[in-house]
Design a protein around this ligand. Structure first.
Ligand code: DAH
Length: 346
């Protein structure tokens, strides 16, 4: 019977070496070490042996059992290691490949233009503040010397939040000018502020009109402020914004909240004033409205117009971008076309 033990040993080792998968390994275990496996079958036959041989064969069979169990473990570990190596090989990463560059966004052209404008005024000593986009009729119109029913209201196409004739009418602000009075209510002169922000107009959109766009408002109030201060401020701004050689032109214009009011133009930076398509052959480009703050506006804000004077100005942010980058349709700004926006890398 010892021969049988040895035969099982030889066969088991041979088959184990041939097992290459988890499944084959399991079959091998059942066949040789299982409850009904070769070794147990043999042990069950021990009883038929003469008593003196039983311990010898029994000991040998148990030794073989431990030996096969150890061999099984070893083989299993070898197969697991091989499988892991194969998986790693198949899943190999080439660490020398260049990485995929992350997509980096750009600031919206309007944001960039607001920063450019406000940086210039900040360097001239202006504070930069913002205000509410939903505004009382009082600030948007009345305190700016545009009383209810005044025909000047027709200049602004308005989105009303409440009915126009309600007790305290409210609207989406049609310009950034209402911040003039809000600021002066809080801060006594000297005041020097620039207010960038979004404004709304109830309009049919086309290449030059959007119902949502941006403006910047300027206000300076102190004792002895004159039109010469307005002129010098706008002149400095225009040269930093549109080029070192620029000249500026003031012409009479009407805005209810300034007196006198002016229309500000700069000479065309494309043709140097000779006349081209950008300036529509005129040599001049209108860039802002401005003027001396109307005494009544100062009064609305609780500031004594006999002691203080001020100037104010306002312009369109998208208009600046359109002029400087020669963009021919304002709707491009908020059309969310990435091909348009990507062209404005800061
Ligand atoms: N608020 C005016 C508009 O929306 C622009 C403007 C004109 C602002 C003259 C001013 C100013 O401060 O003095 O058309």
């Amino acid at each position: 019977m010892l021969d049988q033990v040895r035969a099982i040993a030889a066969e088991a080792h041979r088959h184990l070496a041939q097992a290459t998968t988890e499944q084959e390994l399991e079959l091998w275990r059942t066949r040789f070490l299982g409850r009904k496996g070769a070794l147990n079958e043999l042990l069950r036959g021990l009883g038929t042996l003469p008593a003196d041989q039983r311990p010898v064969v029994g000991a040998e069979a148990n030794r073989l059992k431990r030996e096969l169990e150890a061999a099984f473990e070893q083989r299993r570990e070898a197969l697991v290691a091989r499988a892991r190596a194969a998986a790693l090989e198949a899943d190999r990463v080439d660490i020398t490949l260049p990485g995929r560059p992350p997509v980096i966004g750009t600031l919206h052209p309007t944001t960039q233009m607001i920063r450019r404008i406000t940086e210039i005024f900040a360097s001239l000593g202006f504070d930069i503040v913002t205000g509410p986009e939903v505004e009382w009729d009082y600030y948007n119109f009345e305190a700016l010397n545009i009383p209810p029913g005044h025909p000047a209201r027709d200049q602004w196409d308005t989105f009303w939040i409440t009915p126009e004739d309600s007790e305290r009418p409210m609207l989406l602000r049609t310009h950034t000018s209402p911040m003039q009075v809000r600021i002066m209510e809080k801060q006594k002169p000297p005041v020097r502020v620039v207010v960038p922000g979004r404004v709304y107009r109830y309009e049919a959109t086309d290449a030059t009109h959007e119902s949502v766009f941006h403006q910047f408002e300027g206000l300076a109030v102190d004792e002895g402020v004159t039109m010469a201060d307005l002129n010098g401020t706008i002149y400095t701004f225009a040269r930093r914004m549109f080029g070192e050689r620029r000249r500026i032109r003031f012409r009479c214009d009407f805005f209810p909240f300034v007196e006198p009011g002016v229309d500000v133009a700069v000479d065309c930076w494309v043709c140097e004033g000779a006349g081209c398509t950008l300036c529509r052959r005129s040599g001049w480009i209108e860039v802002m409205g401005a003027g001396m703050v109307h005494p009544r506006v100062l009064e609305y804000a609780g500031i004594d117009p006999r002691r203080y004077t001020g100037f104010a100005f306002g312009g369109g942010v998208e208009r600046f971008s359109m002029l400087l980058h020669r963009i021919d349709d304002i709707r491009l700004f908020y059309g969310n076309d990435i091909r348009f926006l990507r062209q404005f890398v800061a």
